[in-house]
Design a protein around this ligand. Structure first.
Ligand SMILES: NC(=O)c1ccc[n+]([C@@H]2O[C@H](COP(=O)([O-])OP(=O)(O)OC[C@H]3O[C@@H](n4cnc5c(N)ncnc54)[C@H](OP(=O)(O)O)[C@@H]3O)[C@@H](O)[C@H]2O)c1
Length: 259
């Protein structure tokens, strides 16, 4: 059993909820962050010593408020899991400016501001772990997910730079890169917009991702790709990008011709 203070963003559903439960099961005190207050309260009722903080993380001031509330309650923060995220997949010519801003604000700017807010708390004690939930979309760009790719590639850059900046000061910064995860609310958009779906045998459960996140908090590593086979796709994308280009082109011609 552990007794850490863990902030989990996006705790009202999907990976975040499963992650909060995984930390709670280890005895950690979990700070639950998302917009839907009722969902957070229901989850908090099953996690002793947890603290629900309703917050819209696309608002710049909320990061500081969340960290201050966690410190006011528990006096410290040991782990920050930047998980809240969205993906409005669509063709670039169909993107709406407000949607683009909201997606960048949630997926990229919120983790930056939360890290900025929590860093002084962790630096004072000379320890802490920050885990950024990116995506395979932070490793490989594909059609119809351009903005999502941009945010997750950005999150990967943030993770790498901060790992090198903060690790010498006692703070580990980790990135986790899952492929498709079932049992979340995220998946609904994707199908509506593009008709694209990952084969069942490659899909992950929220519990699998949550366990991997909790394991990272115990033993930080720079980089976790799930399922592991996607490391092959990552390497292929680096050494033979033209091959991925050709596969993507086939997908674009097929789907756009049908549209
Ligand atoms: N599902 C996948 O296939 C997959 C694969 C790889 C990576 N990921 C990543 O995993 C993370 C979690 O996604 P998920 O699949 O678990 O999706 P999800 O079920 O839709 O969860 C998203 C979470 O983010 C919260 N959220 C959304 N907008 C917010 C806002 N403005 N302020 C605060 N919280 C907000 C949502 O809560 P409220 O609506 O209550 O605010 C919810 O708790 C995301 O970063 C996603 O990119 C997902």
């Amino acid at each position: 059993m552990t007794d850490r203070v863990v902030i989990v963003t996006g705790a009202s559903s999907g990976i975040g909820e499963a992650t909060a439960r995984a930390f709670g099961a280890r005895g950690d005190r979990v700070v639950l962050v998302a917009r839907r207050e009722e969902r957070l309260r229901q989850l908090a009722a099953s996690l002793p010593q947890s603290l629900p903080i309703p917050a819209d993380l696309t608002h710049a001031d909320e990061a500081v408020r969340v960290v201050e509330a966690a410190v006011a309650r528990y006096g410290q923060v040991d782990v920050l899991v930047n998980n809240a995220g969205m993906g409005r997949y669509n063709w670039v010519d169909a993107l709406q400016p407000d949607d683009v801003h909201a997606e960048v604000a949630l997926n990229l700017i919120a983790p930056i501001l939360l890290t900025r807010a929590v860093a002084p708390v962790m630096l004072r004690r000379g320890r802490g772990v920050i885990i950024n939930v990116a995506s395979i979309a932070g490793l490989i760009g594909v059609p119809t997910t351009s903005v999502y790719n941009a945010t997750k590639f950005g999150l990967r850059g943030l993770t790498e730079a901060l790992r090198r900046e903060l690790q010498p000061q006692g703070i580990a910064v980790c990135g986790i890169y899952p492929a498709t995860v079932e049992g979340t609310e995220f998946r609904r958009d994707r199908r509506a917009n593009t008709g694209y779906l990952m084969p069942r045998w490659l899909r992950l459960s929220t519990a699998q991702v949550a366990q991997a996140i909790a394991a990272l908090a115990d033993r930080p590593r720079p980089f976790v790709v799930l399922p592991r086979i996607f490391r092959v796709a990552m390497i292929l994308n680096t050494v033979a990008p033209g091959l991925i280009d050709r596969l993507a082109a086939r997908f674009v011609r097929r789907v756009r011709t049908q549209a």
